[in-house]
Design a protein around this ligand. Structure first.
Ligand SMILES: Nc1nc2c(ncn2[C@@H]2O[C@H](COP(=O)(O)OP(=O)(O)OP(=O)(O)O)[C@@H](O)[C@H]2O)c(=O)[nH]1
Ligand SMILES: [Mg+2]
Length: 403
């Protein structure tokens, strides 16, 4: 019998704010990404609300007039979730939920939700669950302090308080348990990594959806899940790859994103150890994305957070087949030329100037420029190999025609 497949998308609205640091174009880009996240999580965006506001309202994040507009829309259109682009304080989330009477998510909880849906192995699931509880804990506290302030503490003792205290205790116990479980898996993983011997280790890193897994599949002939959604990969895959006569280990791991929740960075410690312990990073960039330079900055920031920014690194600009610069009409005398109008050649020049032979332009999908990619990776791995095993140098002469 044929399986009847119908995907039901939950209706959602997005809320963003415009301030001194975020102009209209920036807010649009951020909300585009939030919409992609929402779609990945199984939601369909019905409308975006944007408010010009410099200091967020401490109670409801956006002002009361805008909130009323949102409330009307939510009520009339059977909206399931309202999603804010920024992190809400526990009190704000609580207040807004009461006002709108629907689910209220922020960027962090949305990303956590996607990770929860996508975690397949028990290891990934444990890491996500830990991050979720870490997110929840101050929110239980927030609920309580919020009520306490309102009612002055008196009358709050009794079942209400006990209930929250119990909840908090349960969550704390669960966090302790998950941490223990992860510590145990961490030790196993460490031993596993130790068993891999002294092979040079190369890690694919980059923003989510840039093509890391696709590239992994091309060069290691493996079959890692790749998809046009965010966070297709949560677990790390490691493959032994041989280029010419040179074997090394290549790992594909979780993608990064702007404002990656700190809870996730912490609980994915072991997954990220693969990056931390790598000898060489291949920083993959989706050059066809209008925001790719900001993506590079976000990735570099996270690399810095996990003490990995000083490693040898090759910037791999992927998806050159899909790159389209913005154009200016001939009779348009107003629009100024910016980097958005750069041709691919101009980008190449820019990055070759900046990084020399540490920049590379390819299409993993069409297998364009893959020979050069292999050569650069070979050279970089060989450099590391000969410093590690100087006596072994004769094994790896420079015969570039071999691979
Ligand atoms: N046009 C084009 N699309 C590509 C290229 N490389 C990858 N893609 C597509 O980009 C999407 C994301 O690819 P993945 O390999 O899953 O990306 P990833 O970086 O592993 O993503 P996460 O695991 O989600 O972080 C898929 O739809 C790929 O088919 C390329 O060179 N050109
Ligand atoms: Mg992937």
């Amino acid at each position: 019998m044929l399986e009847k497949k119908s995907i039901e998308y939950e209706k959602a609205v997005l809320i963003g704010v415009m301030n001194q640091h975020q102009d209209e174009a920036k807010v649009k880009e951020y909300l585009d990404e939030l919409e992609f996240l929402t779609y990945t999580a199984g939601g369909e965006v019905e409308k975006r609300f944007v408010q010009r506001i410099d200091v967020p309202n401490p109670k409801t994040y956006i002002g009361s007039g805008k909130m009323e507009e949102v409330r009307q829309f939510v009520k009339e259109n059977e909206i399931g979730s309202v999603i804010f682009d920024d992190e809400l304080s526990p009190a704000q989330q609580n207040n807004v939920e009461k006002l709108l009477r629907c689910k209220v998510l922020d960027r962090t909880s949305l990303i956590l939700d996607i990770f929860a849906q996508r975690a397949k192995t028990s290891y990934a699931r444990t890491q996500v669950e830990l991050a979720q509880y870490e997110y929840l804990l101050p929110r239980l506290t927030g609920l309580w302090t919020h009520l306490e302030r309102q009612r002055g503490g008196i009358g709050m003792r009794g079942p209400g308080e006990t209930e929250i205290e119990t909840d908090r205790r349960i969550v704390r116990d669960r966090i302790a348990l998950l941490k223990k479980k992860l510590a145990k898996i961490d030790r196993q993983m460490e031993t596993q990594r130790g068993n891999r011997g002294s092979l040079v280790r190369v890690a694919l890193v980059g923003y989510t959806n840039v093509g890391k897994s696709t590239l992994m599949n091309v060069i290691s002939k493996s079959d890692v899940f790749a998809e046009n959604k965010l966070f297709a990969t949560l677990d790390t895959t490691v493959r032994k790859v041989v280029l010419g006569n040179l074997p090394f280990l290549l790992s594909d791991t979780v993608g990064f994103i702007r404002k990656l929740p700190t809870q996730l960075v912490e609980s994915f410690k072991s997954t990220l150890d693969e990056v931390r312990e790598a000898d060489l990073l291949l920083h993959v960039v989706d050059i066809s994305h209008p925001n790719f330079e900001e993506h590079i900055a976000s990735v570099n920031q996270i690399l810095d957070e996990i003490d990995s920014s000083g490693k040898p690194c090759i910037m791999v600009f992927n998806k050159i087949d899909q790159y389209r610069p913005e154009t200016i009409d001939e009779d348009d005398l107003v629009t100024e030329r910016t980097t958005a109008h750069f041709t691919l050649e101009e980008w190449k020049k820019t990055y070759f100037n900046k990084l020399g032979d540490k920049a590379l332009f390819i299409s993993a999908l069409n297998k364009e420029n893959m020979d050069e990619f292999r050569k650069r990776v070979y050279d970089a791995v060989r450099d590391i190999h000969v410093t590690r095993f100087p006596y072994n140098n004769f094994l790896y002469p420079e015969h570039l025609d071999e691979y």
